[in-house]
Design a protein around this ligand. Structure first.
Ligand code: PLP
Length: 426
């Protein structure tokens, strides 16, 4: 396969005509496919319907410690749910608070509390002239949405296959006291599917921030979301690394069972040091008398323990894997060696990240849309929805069937080729 950059103008023009004809053909097929949001497919949800029966009108409603889950109380969660979430994160139950149905809410609340009340006695962020967050890019759009919502300035930090560019993180964090946080998806990152190396985690734990209330927002959303049995990324546990490095309070870790049980009806948790959790609870106790303990109990009764969750996640993987493979096959076969794009091949998580030639992403997404395939908006993976290179596109293979994914990717590669040829002819 010859790289497009090596083609003559005449060859490019001939190719352009062929691609245009194929595109008109594709448009005629009336496709209506969506690879935009990383939500579980219907058969993943169907697979867990008996989860709903794990707690019913016949069930004993007492938690391990005798607490009646139907009544008020238990702000930080029932003991067995704390243990379950702690095992997912490989931390101690005493470092965990089990909250409501979504980790995004906890992240929002954590930033909101820091804005209005400050962290561990430090000045509330809303009283400061400048508050900044580091944002590894590409990243998760909803993280950036939270910090943008609170008027926090976001600074891009490039991602590498080992994690964020740590030279830059160390430099910025140690020099600028206005930098109060960094968003991280440390395992099977959204959208690249990268997992941070041990060295990256250790460098995070060893950070010496200029701001005493700097926190790492460690969103371990895909901690147990492997695609393969024999190829699984391992992530060093950050809480204990921070403790070892003498910075026990530097991290807030988040996770949920949104993509384990039901999206939107799972349970979510935060893990952190005792000092941070006690600080949070001062506000939490004003906010609620306790979260949904019946759902916490339902999770424990259904999954039993971490091994039950791991077995269940294998069933999810069996459904997800063919979809990822369908996308990767088309990308490899159709774009391999052409020099007009690169893409990630994750071992887990929910996404594949595609980098087109600079200046092409928006046009590719628009061309796909015109022919019936919806992708995540170009730019969405960057703060302020601005991809400086207009190059990154997030592919979310989870929702359509493998056959639909293959069809959608066929159209996607056609659009990548068309837009790249146009770019080279400019
Ligand atoms: N964090 C990341 C990195 C995600 O990709 C997602 C969903 O796509 C979430 C959090 C949302 O999690 P939850 O449903 O617990 O709010």
């Amino acid at each position: 396969m010859k790289a497009y950059q090596e083609l003559t103008k005449e060859e490019l023009l001939t190719l352009k005509a062929e691609l245009n004809a194929a595109y008109e053909d594709a448009k005629g097929k009336g496709l209506k496919l969506d690879m935009s949001r990383g939500k579980p497919a219907v058969n993943q949800l169907d697979m867990a319907m008996d989860f709903l029966d794990a707690v019913n009108s016949q069930s004993a409603m007492k938690a391990e410690d005798g607490m009646d889950v139907r009544n008020y109380g238990g702000l930080d969660g029932i003991p067995e749910a704390k243990k379950l979430m702690a095992d997912i994160l490989e931390v101690k139950p005493e470092n965990v608070i089990v909250c409501g149905n979504a980790s995004l809410t906890i992240m929002y609340d954590t930033v909101s509390r820091a804005m209005t009340h400050g962290i561990l006695g430090n000045t509330p962020w809303c009283k400061l002239d400048h508050v900044k967050f580091l944002c590894p890019v590409p990243g998760y759009d909803r993280h950036f949405g939270i910090t943008e919502h609170f008027g926090i300035e976001m600074i891009n930090v490039p991602m590498t296959p080992e994690g964020p560019d740590m030279d830059l993180v160390e430099k910025l964090v140690s020099e600028d006291p206005a930098i109060k946080g960094i968003w991280c998806v440390p395992k099977y990152s959204n959208p690249q599917g990268y997992s941070y190396s041990d060295e990256t985690v250790r460098r995070f734990a060893a950070l010496t921030p200029a701001a005493p209330d700097f926190r790492i927002f460690w969103d371990n959303a895909y901690a147990i979301h492997h695609l393969y049995d024999d190829r699984q990324d391992q992530l060093l546990e950050i809480l204990s690394e921070c403790e070892k490095a003498g910075h026990p309070d530097m991290v807030f870790e988040f996770c949920s069972t949104s993509k384990v049980s039901f999206a939107g009806s799972g349970i979510a948790a935060i893990a952190s040091s005792k000092a941070n959790l006690d600080d949070m609870k001062k506000s939490m106790t004003i906010q609620t008398i306790g979260y949904d303990k019946i759902n916490q109990l339902r999770h424990v009764r259904y999954f039993k323990d971490i091994n039950g969750i791991r077995e269940h996640m294998k069933k999810h993987a069996a459904i997800m894997r063919p979809k990822f493979e369908a996308v990767l096959k088309v990308l490899d076969e159709e774009l391999g060696g052409l020099g007009i794009g690169s893409w990630t091949k994750p071992n887990g998580g929910y996404f594949i990240s595609f980098d087109a030639m600079d200046g092409c992403a928006k046009a590719i997404v628009a061309k796909c849309k015109e022919a019936g395939v919806t992708l995540t908006g170009a730019g969405a993976t960057f703060p302020y929805k601005k991809d400086p290179k207009d190059s990154n596109i997030r592919i979310a293979p989870s929702f359509p069937t493998p056959e639909e994914m293959a069809m959608a990717t066929d159209l996607f590669v056609l659009c990548v080729k068309m837009v790249s040829v146009d770019k080279l002819l400019e």
